[in-house]
Ligand binder design. Structure first.
Ligand SMILES: [Zn+2]
Length: 87
């Protein structure tokens, strides 16, 4: 069967494909999972409680809560912190 690739050739093809995929921006599975979590607004573990207590008494958060009617709303800065993007 000269026109069928050997198992070793197939494995190399798969490895090359995976490596190419990992080199493609936005396709690294690790980044992909983290990006998805951030998209869903999943808070970074451990940051939430501290963020919400820091947001208590934040005038910007208070203004967002009052205007949106959402008692858990956060201002841009505290939202970024809750999502793990803040400082
Ligand atoms: Zn705030």
């Amino acid at each position: 069967m000269p026109d069928r690739p050997s198992n070793r050739a197939k494995k190399r093809l798969v490895a090359d494909g995976v490596r190419r995929l990992l080199d493609t921006p936005g396709w690294n599975p690790h980044d992909f999972v983290a990006g998805k979590a951030a998209e869903r607004g999943a808070p970074a573990l451990g940051a939430t409680a501290a963020t919400y207590s820091a947001a208590d008494g934040c005038p910007a958060c208070e203004a967002v809560r009052r205007s949106s009617g959402d008692l858990d709303a956060l201002c841009e800065e505290h939202l970024a912190v809750a999502l793990g993007f803040g400082r």
